[in-house]
Design a protein around this ligand. Structure first.
Ligand code: ZN
Length: 577
C-alpha cells in the first residue's frame, strides 16, 4: 500500500541532494480520494492543492475497544490455524450488495469450544453452519465469536460455512468495497481494505498473524462484467440467471486484506516473462496507454528477481489490474490506478527527478509481492517490514536501472517526508497502523544498514538470503534483527531499536580542539548501547569511525568547518560542538 503522505515544510538544503518538493498539500497517496469516493471517475483531475491533510492519528494514545478486539491475538484466535477459505459470493451492482458464504477450514491447536472471526457490524450474519447444524454465535462490534456444541480437539481439522449478506460501507482511504462507475458510466466495483480490514466486506479471521494456506474465490456477477481476483483463473460458469461465476484459486498463503474483487468491463492482454504469465486488465479506453506503460513490468520483475529470487507467486501468475484508486499490493493481482504515467500520480515523489523515470505504482506495489505478501508482518505494529522494505526496494530498482549514485540520491530524497515524531514500531496487540515514517525512515534505515555492512557483496547476499529464509512466512521485527545479527556477526540490536523503537535519530556529536588538533566524538542516542560506524572527513577521503555513546578522541587535521559526515549513506543528525 501507499498511504496518505504529508510533508513537513520542506527546507532546501543545497549540497545534500535534497530539493524542494513544494507539496504542502494532500500528498499523492490520497489521489482521487481526497475528493471523496463520489469523485472517483474524475481520477484524471489533478489532486486539489489547497486542502490540508488531516493530522495523522498518534500511535501513542489509549486504544479503542475496537483496536483491542481487532489487534489482540487472544485465546480464540490462537486456538486454531487457518487452512482454507472458499469465499463464494454474489455481487449485485444495482443494489450495491454482496451475499454469500465463506467456507472456512481450520486446524485446532488446542481443545476449545469457541473461535473468533470478524465481519463488519453493518453486515448480516445469515447463518453459520457446522455440517448441517447451525452454530450459535455472539457479535461484539466487528467480532463474531462462534460457539460449538462440543469441544473441538487439538490437531483435528474442522470446516464451517459462514453465510452473510449486506451492503458494505465505503470507508477508509481506499474505500473498503466501493460500488463505483468508470468514466463511461459502466459498473466498476473494487475492494481495498488494508486499513479497515477485509471483514468490511467478507467474513474471515481478520488479523495478520495467521494467513490462510490457500483460497478459492468464486464471484457471481452480471454476465457483461468481468471479475479479476487473486490467484489462477480456473474458469467461469454461466449460472443461467443473467449472472456468471468467476473462479480463482490462490495457491499460496495470503493476507486477508490482499483478497480482492475487481469487477468491471475489463479488457485483457497478456505477456510472459520466462515461464511466468503476465496478465493485464484495464478499461477498454486505456488499452493502448496500458500496453505502453506496462512494458515496465518485465524489467521491474527482472530486477527484483535478480535481488531476491523467483517471483513469489509463480503458480498464480502476475496480474496488474486497473482500479479507481492509486494502487494496492493485492497478491498476484496488483491494483493499478496511476494514470498510465510515470511518477506517482504524475508527481516527482522523491523530489530528485528520478521518480519521473518510472511508474511508481508498478514498482512499489509489485515490490510488495516480495515484502508484504511473501514475507508478511505478523502484527500491524511491524508493518515497516512491508512498507520500509518495499520503499527500500524502490531504491534497489533505481540502482538496477540507473546506477548506485542515483539510488542514493533517490532514497535521500525521502528524508523530507520523515517526521521522527513517534517510533515506527507501535504497540503489539493493538490494531493501529504505524506512522508514515515506516516507509521513508524505514528505507533510510536499511540504506544506513548497508553502509554499516560496507560491503555490497555481503549486503546483497544477506538481502537475498533473508528473503529466501522468510518467504511465505509471517514474521516480527525480532526475526529480522536475529537474522541480521547472526548473518553479519554483529550485535545490531541497539541500532534496530534506535531507528525503529525510538522516535529520534541518533546524533553524531563532534567536539573540536583545533589548537591541539583533536576531535572528540560520540553518539547521542536513547539506546545506551548504540554503536554504529560512520564515515567522517571529506568526501572521497572518508575515515570510518566507530563511535559509541561514550566519548572517544582522535587527532584531526581537518578544520571544524571543513569536516563532513556522509549523511547520504547514514541517516543521522550531526552536531558540531
Ligand atoms: Zn506500500
Amino acid at each position: 500500500m501507499l498511504r496518505a503522505v504529508f510533508l513537513r515544510a520542506v527546507v532546501v538544503i543545497s549540497g545534500c541532494g535534497l530539493s524542494a518538493l513544494g507539496l504542502g498539500s494532500w500528498e499523492l497517496g490520497l489521489g482521487p480520494w481526497a475528493l471523496g469516493p463520489s469523485a472517483l471517475i474524475s481520477a484524471q483531475e489533478p489532486a486539489p492543492t489547497e486542502q490540508k491533510p488531516p493530522p495523522q492519528a498518534s500511535t501513542l494514545g489509549p486504544p479503542t475497544r475496537a483496536d483491542v478486539l481487532r489487534g489482540a491475538y487472544g485465546r480464540y484466535r490462537a486456538n486454531n490455524d487457518l487452512l482454507f477459505y472458499h469465499l463464494d459470493v454474489r455481487v449485485d451492482p444495482e443494489r450495491k450488495s454482496i451475499a454469500g458464504t465463506n467456507t472456512i477450514r481450520f486446524r485446532m491447536l488446542a481443545d476449545d469450544t469457541r473461535i473468533q472471526l470478524e465481519l463488519a457490524a453493518n453486515l448480516s450474519v445469515d447463518r453459520i453452519l457446522f455440517g448441517a447444524a447451525p452454530l450459535r454465535y455472539e457479535r461484539d462490534l466487528n467480532t463474531v465469536y462462534v460457539d460449538f456444541p462440543s469441544t473441538l480437539r487439538a490437531g483435528r481439522d474442522y470446516t464451517i460455512a459462514f453465510h452473510y449478506s449486506g451492503t458494505p460501507q465505503e470507508q477508509g482511504r481506499f474505500g473498503g468495497m466501493t460500488f463505483g462507475k468508470d468514466p463511461a458510466g459502466r459498473h466498476w466495483i473494487t475492494t481495498s481494505c488494508e486499513d479497515h480490514g477485509a471483514s468490511v466486506w467478507w467474513p474471515n479471521k481478520d488479523q495478520w498473524r495467521d494467513e490462510v494456506e490457500r483460497m478459492q474465490i468464486s464471484v457471481a456477477i452480471p454476465n457483461d462484467l468481468v471479475d479479476i481476483s487473486n490467484g489462477r483463473f480456473m474458469g467461469k460458469t454461466d449460472l443461467g440467471d443473467g449472472y456468471t461465476r468467476w473462479d480463482w484459486l490462490v495457491q499460496y498463503p495470503i493476507n486477508n486484506y490482499n483478497v480482492a474483487l475487481n469487477i468491471g468491463r475489463y479488457e485483457h492482454f497478456a505477456d510472459r516473462l520466462g515461464d511466468l504469465p503476465l496478465d493485464f486488465y484495464v478499461l477498454p479506453e486505456n488499452l493502448d496507454k496500458a500496453r505502453k506503460q506496462f512494458a515496465q513490468v518485465s524489467p521491474m520483475l527482472d530486477a527484483f528477481q535478480k535481488y531476491f529470487g523467483e517471483y513469489p507467486f509463480a503458480k498464480d501468475g502476475y496480474k496488474l489490474v486497473e482500479v479507481p484508486y492509486a494502487g494496492m499490493e493485492h497478491q498476484s493481482a496488483v491494483a493499478y490506478g496511476n494514470r498510465f504515467a510515470n511518477g506517482y500520480l504524475e508527481r516527482d515523489f522523491a523530489g530528485v527527478g528520478t521518480s519521473l523515470k518510472f511508474d511508481f505504482i508498478i514498482i512499489h506495489e509489485s515490490g510488495h509481492e516480495w515484502f508484504g505478501n511473501a514475507i508478511s508482518a505478523a502484527d500491524v505494529s511491524d508493518m515497516w517490514i512491508h512498507e520500509g522494505w518495499t520503499t527500500y526496494l524502490e531504491s534497489l530498482y533505481v540502482e538496477d536501472r540507473f546506477g548506485r549514485d542515483e539510488a542514493i540520491r533517490y532514497v535521500n530524497g525521502y528524508k523530507s517526508k520523515v517526521q521522527n515524531s513517534e517510533p515506527i514500531i507501535t504497540q503489539r496487540g493493538i490494531h493501529r497502523e504505524p506512522m508514515q515514517d515506516m516507509y521513508f525512515k524505514g528505507a533510510l534505515f536499511l540504506n544506513t544498514l548497508r553502509s554499516v555492512v560496507n560491503d555490497d557483496a555481503v549486503w546483497r547476499g544477506a538481502l537475498r538470503d533473508f528473503y529466501q529464509e522468510f518467504k511465505h512466512r509471517n514474521i516480527l521485527t525480532e526475526d529480522v534483527v536475529r537474522y541480521f545479527n547472526t548473518r553479519l556477526k554483529r550485535d545490531l540490536t541497539p541500532v534496530f531499536d534506535q531507528y525503529l523503537r525510538r522516535a529520534e535519530l541518533p546524533i553524531l556529536e563532534l567536539a573540536f580542539n583545533e589548537r591541539d588538533g583533536l576531535m572528540s566524538y560520540r553518539w547521542k542516542a536513547g539506546e545506551r548501547a548504540f554503536a554504529m560506524p560512520v564515515r567522517v572527513g571529506t568526501a572521497g577521503t572518508w575515515t570510518i569511525l566507530e563511535p559509541t555513546t561514550d566519548w572517544q578522541t582522535m587527532p584531526m587535521a581537518i578544520p571544524k568547518a571543513a569536516i563532513e559526515v556522509a549523511t547520504d549513506l547514514y541517516y543521522v543528525e550531526v552536531r558540531k560542538l
